[in-house]
Design a protein around this ligand. Structure first.
Ligand code: 4NP
Length: 199
C-alpha cells in the first residue's frame, strides 16, 4: 500500500519525504487501554472531519483507535470519555476497544499516533519485534517507524506534548485531554491539508 503522510514530520520531527499524491489518508490513534485517550482522540477527529457523514472531508480515508494492551478488549470507552465527548456535542461516537494488530495496523494506516512516550516506544518495539519474527521486512519497518508519531507533535507548541493517562485520576484529566485532542486534531488536519495542497 502506498502511504501519504502529508510530507513533513516524522516521529522525531524529522522530514519523512514529500507526499506524491493527494490520496486520502488513514489515521490510527493509540493509547494503552483504548478506553480513555485514543477513543477520545478518535471521536474528536471524526467530529472535526465530519467522518462518516455527507460532509466528510475527502482527505480522510479512515479513522480508528486501538491500545498497546489488550486489558479492555471489547469494552466501550470509559464513561468519563463518553461524558466529556457528550458535553462537547459529540454524541454518536461508539467504539469497542481492541489491541494494535502487528503488522496490519502498521501497513494500513498512514498515521499511527501515540498519546504518550510509553505508547510511542511500545509501538516502535512492536515493529522491531515484527522484524525479528520475520512478519515485517527491515525495509518496511523503516517506513512504518516514520509513520508512528507522538500525537502532540501537532499541538502547535515548540515542545511536543504527551496526553497524560487520566484513567486513575478524576474528571479533570479528561477535560485536559479533551482540550489537547481538539488542538492536536486541528493541527493534524492542517498538516494533512498542507500535504494535499503540495501534491
Ligand atoms: P487509556 O487509559 O490508555 O487512555 O485507555 C487506560 C485505561 C485502562 C488502563 C490504563 C490506562 N488499565 O490499566 O486498565
Amino acid at each position: 500500500m502506498k502511504h501519504n503522510n502529508g510530507g513533513k514530520l516524522g516521529s522525531d520531527g524529522d522530514d519523512v519525504g514529500s507526499s506524491t499524491a493527494s490520496k486520502p489518508v488513514s489515521v490510527l490513534f493509540v493509547c494503552l487501554g483504548n478506553i480513555c485517550r485514543s477513543p477520545m482522540a478518535e471521536g474528536v477527529f471524526r467530529d472535526l472531519t465530519s467522518f462518516g457523514t455527507d460532509d466528510q472531508t475527502p482527505l480522510i480515508a479512515d479513522v480508528d483507535s486501538c491500545g498497546t494492551g489488550a486489558y479492555h478488549a471489547g469494552d466501550s470507552p470509559d464513561p468519563r470519555t463518553i461524558k466529556v465527548l457528550r458535553a462537547n456535542n459529540i454524541t454518536s461516537y461508539k467504539h469497542a476497544a481492541r489491541k494494535v494488530r502487528v503488522p496490519e495496523d502498521f501497513e494500513e494506516f498512514d498515521y499511527v499516533l501515540a498519546m504518550d512516550l510509553d505508547n510511542l516506544e511500545d509501538l516502535k518495539d512492536m515493529v522491531a519485534r515484527g522484524v525479528k519474527r520475520k512478519v515485517i521486512s527491515a525495509e518496511a519497518a523503516e517506513d512504518m517507524k516514520k509513520r508512528v508519531m507522538l500525537y502532540g507533535t501537532f499541538g502547535g507548541k515548540s515542545k511536543k506534548e504527551e496526553v497524560i493517562d487520566p484513567y486513575y485520576g478524576g474528571g479533570e484529566g479528561f477535560e485536559i485531554a479533551f482540550e489537547q485532542m481538539q488542538r492536536f486534531g486541528k493541527g493534524l488536519l492542517e498538516h494533512i491539508q498542507e500535504g494535499a495542497e503540495k501534491a
